[in-house]
Design a protein around this ligand. Structure first.
Ligand SMILES: Cc1ncc(COP(=O)(O)O)c(C=O)c1O
Length: 308
């Protein structure tokens, strides 16, 4: 809706989202970045996404920790400290009025002085936004489970682009997604090109094999949802192997699920042309998914937002 139109009574005109750019808050539809920012021109950027559920951030501290680790690895410096960023994110959410939100913080290299190609000369830029919550697979789809394809496109080598720094180098993921659609799938997981599973567009992957869970150790983002799964599994005395997961092992898994801030724990019930397990979401997946959402009701992971 354009700003000139009057929103229907009772509807917050900022409910589509709020952005923070250059120390100003604005409706998401008005958010603009400078064309010359290397975050856009060169994918020279890191970011993080924290969910808001029921009016509280979920694991905000962990997301800030990962964001600042990435900033350090890219030799950038944020113009705000952790508390400052937490306050900006809360303000974006508060202004939007959203109780369930997808909240993103971004630090770009910025724009170099005219004529310069030296990343050291750029002034890094901070952006943030809160938009309505995003699902990789909505709850209705999760009842049935996702159809996943193992892509022939290898994940960008970790020696080239460090996957533990959350990044916008999604060329391999997008190529893999198109391959999946062409093969009748809904989502995709990439290998390292040597037969080992890595991750997919916006998620980590777990396989349940003979009662234990396996998730790849390397070549992946250290997902906060992945970390939650590992903690929840430990509380159930389910063994988790963080190691290698070969394509062949994945094909024999009893259960498969993906984990992401954008949707939580989501079952995969078809892999290429085969059903996984009995073809429906499996018991370990369902148990962990229930525990994951229960953990959003309050307790150590939740930071409540004061909507004023
Ligand atoms: C490439 C990639 N792997 C894994 C994840 C899952 O991370 P998290 O659970 O912290 O959302 C994401 C999230 O966006 C991602 O982009």
């Amino acid at each position: 809706m354009s700003q000139l139109e009057t929103p229907p009574e009772g509807l917050n005109p900022l409910a589509d989202g709020v952005a923070f750019i250059d120390n100003e808050y604005m409706p998401i539809a008005e958010a603009r970045i400078p064309l010359t920012d290397w975050g856009f021109l060169r994918s020279d950027v890191t970011y993080d996404v924290v969910a808001v559920w029921g009016g509280g951030f979920f694991r905000l501290r962990d997301h800030l920790d990962r964001f600042f680790r990435g900033i350090g690895k890219l030799r950038m410096a944020a113009p705000h400290d952790r508390d400052g960023i937490a306050a900006i994110l809360a303000e974006c959410v508060c202004r939007s009025g959203l109780r369930e939100a997808y909240v993103e913080m971004i630090l770009t290299r910025g724009t170099p002085p005219p004529g310069s190609r030296d990343p050291r000369a750029c002034e890094n830029r901070f952006y943030a936004m809160a938009i309505p919550y995003v699902w990789i697979a909505p709850p209705e789809k999760q009842e049935q489970g996702l159809h996943m394809i193992i892509s022939g496109v290898p994940r960008i080598a970790p020696e080239s682009v460090d996957p533990t720094v959350k990044n916008f180098h999604w060329g391999d993921m997008v190529k893999g997604l198109f391959e999946a659609y062409e093969r009748g799938g809904e989502t995709v997981v990439l290998t390292d090109g040597k037969g080992n599973i890595t991750e997919g567009p916006g998620f980590n992957l777990f396989a349940s094999i003979g009662g234990r869970l396996v998730t790849p150790a390397g070549g992946v983002l250290l997902g906060i949802t992945r970390k939650t799964v590992i903690e929840l599994a430990a509380s159930l005395n389910v063994k988790v192997d963080v190691g290698t997961l070969t394509e062949r092992e994945l094909r024999q898994a009893d259960e498969i699920f993906i984990s992401s801030t954008a949707g939580g724990i989501m079952p995969v019930t078809r892999l290429d042309d085969n059903v996984v397990g009995d073809g429906g979401p499996g018991p370990i997946t369902l148990r962990l998914r229930q525990m994951y959402w229960d953990a959003h009701d309050g307790g150590k992971y939740v930071t409540r937002i004061d909507y004023g």
